[in-house]
Design a protein around this ligand. Sequence first.
Ligand code: UDP
Length: 236
Amino acid sequence: MNKMQLLYEGKAKKVYLTDNKDRVIQEFKDDATAFNNKKKGTISNKGIVNNAISCKLFTYLAENGVPTHFVEKLSDRGMLCKYLDIIMVEVVVRNIAAGSLVKRYGFQEATVLEEPIVELYLKDDDLDDPLMNESHAVALGLATYDELDFMKEQARKINTHLKTFFAARKLNLVDFKLEFGRYNGEVLLGDEISPDTCRFWDLDTGEKMDKDRFRFDLGGVEDAYTEVQHRVLDRE
Ligand code: UDP
């Protein structure tokens, strides 16, 4: 598989075309951003760690019947993926109150939600990724109601599988963000699943093990990412 021209450079990844029109290569960078680009920095080796974690999680989800864009891990930072037509809707699933849920609705941080909350956000940095509902997404022409229903159903299934996976590794899956895209008439899970896009708290100590360490200058950012990588990869 030959890497061709750069298709897109995002905050944490570069995406390259390949000599196969149905495949792209995602390359994970060490750059970190938070608060919609207002805070910028680097987390050394983050790209390597997030690629390794994402590849493992996509493989695990595929084994559990979740269709994803993942094809194979190509290198430390490179992941071969199906070339999706990305749906510009971010799906967030929450098990425990944190982040914007606390700010927006006044939940006490760390409240365990009786059932998971699934939210939709418009994927648009210029607008600060506003929270939206299905009618907004359909009115904007981003997706059909059927596609949104499928994405939310997949998000709930993915949550069930990931919660089990992380609990076995002594991590509490607090919340996470997913992206989906169209491929040959199907909707597949895309993007990445990593400490950049999830909140993980240590099951015993409650210690934050994700990008919140960077967002709020808690220190030990690299160590937390590496620890998550070990727990994800060194245990079968
Ligand atoms: N998230 C993400 N990208 C975004 C917004 C959120 O990956 O553009 C993830 C975030 O890391 C967290 C979850 O989605 O795991 C919920 O984020 P929240 O709405 O609390 O927003 P934040 O506190 O990140 O601004």
